[in-house]
Ligand binder design. Structure first.
Ligand code: PMP
Length: 330
């Protein structure tokens, strides 16, 4: 019989798919690591599993314990799936700007979600950060993974994403491009690829214009899951050879093209990473193999990136070309 013990054993080992259309005019091979094939639909399943297993080993998370984390998105889904399979409770804290759809997904997996007001100072007792800290203090058996500072976040990529890419490309990868949020993906995968190739593989971060990684101050941008207004300890500043800033408009137009031209319905940070990957690939030759990591699926963004009115309201459809309009007949 062929079966998996549980959804947990499906985490990782995601496919690499060549990009064939958005790469028009580019000689280098550009391959996408499609992370929505993980059971929770994103790259974050990898860190959820590793952080939970490490906390079990260290004794920080004990049978019947409760995982408390301020997260509204992909990390929450990964934690919720691993937690339910292992018998832990989850409480997630979200700001009230998070869409009801995202909150309902977390609740569907059995997590409790506490919603906090966005319009209060970080010091206010009801703020996102204070509420999660209080829940950790007041909940018996509580453990907070803290993906921004947990070393098992980058380590999960050092031990899974990096080796997978090296094997899948038979050591031919020359460039690795990924978005930077907590910094876990770039730090762990990038470090592994540098170690295994004696420093030959170039590592490139993609960052929303305005975020600290590309020299900004944390100015607001709309692409979700990437960019920061502070430097997390999960981010190793010595790994990236280059950081490429990408605008919201370029990110979202590329996200739509990936769905229409490559059959890849992915999130906005994927479009952002592909824009950066193509900018890098343009200067390369046919011997180069560029891998770009696509963190999640486009299902969570249907009413934004894949909605013509939303895009038009922000001016993101200007100079977009016919294929960028979802409603357009080609
Ligand atoms: N894209 C999305 C949609 C994400 O949720 C994340 C994780 N915050 C990233 C990219 C960036 O990954 P990392 O946190 O490993 O830098």
């Amino acid at each position: 019989m062929q079966f998996h013990d549980s959804m947990i054993s499906l985490v990782g080992n995601t496919p690499l798919v060549r990009l064939n259309h958005v790469t028009h005019g580019i000689g280098a091979t550009v391959l996408a690591k499609v992370e929505y094939f993980n059971p929770g639909g994103s790259v974050k399943d990898r860190i959820a599993l590793r952080m939970i297993e490490a906390a079990e080993k260290s004794g920080e998370l004990r049978p019947g314990g409760t995982i408390v984390e301020p997260t509204s998105g992909n990390t929450g889904v990964g934690l919720a799936i691993v937690a339910q399979q292992k018998g832990y409770k989850c409480i997630f804290v979200c700001p009230d700007k998070v869409s009801l759809d995202k909150i309902n997904v977390l609740r569907a997996y059995g997590a409790e979600v506490v919603v906090c007001p966005t319009a209060v100072d970080p010091e206010h007792p009801d703020s996102y950060y204070n509420v999660s800290d209080r829940l950790v203090r007041e909940t018996p058996g509580a453990w907070k993974p803290d993906q921004y500072s947990n070393p098992n976040n980058p380590l999960s990529h050092y031990e899974s994403t990096g080796p997978e890419l090296w094997e899948q490309t038979e050591g031919k990868i020359t460039h690795f491009v990924t978005g930077v949020g907590t910094g876990g993906t770039i730090s762990g995968t990038g470090r592994y690829l540098k170690d295994v190739s004696d420093g030959r593989v170039r590592v490139i971060g993609a960052d929303p214009e305005g975020s600290v990684y590309s020299g900004g101050s944390g100015r607001p941008y709309l692409v979700e899951g990437v960019g920061e207004d502070f430097w997390p300890t999960a981010y190793d500043r010595t790994v990236a050879d280059e950081i490429v800033p990408v605008s919201d408009k370029d990110s979202f137009q590329m996200t739509r093209r990936l769905a229409k031209e490559e059959g890849l319905l992915v999130g906005g940070s994927c479009g952002m990473a592909v824009v950066a990957a193509l900018r890098v690939a343009e200067r390369l030759s046919e011997d180069d193999v560029v891998v770009v990591l696509l963190p999640d699926s486009g299902r969570g963004y249907l009413s934004k990136i894949f909605n013509d009115e939303w895009m038009a309201d922000y001016g993101f459809l200007e100079d977009a070309g016919p294929s960028a309009r979802v409603g357009a007949v080609l």
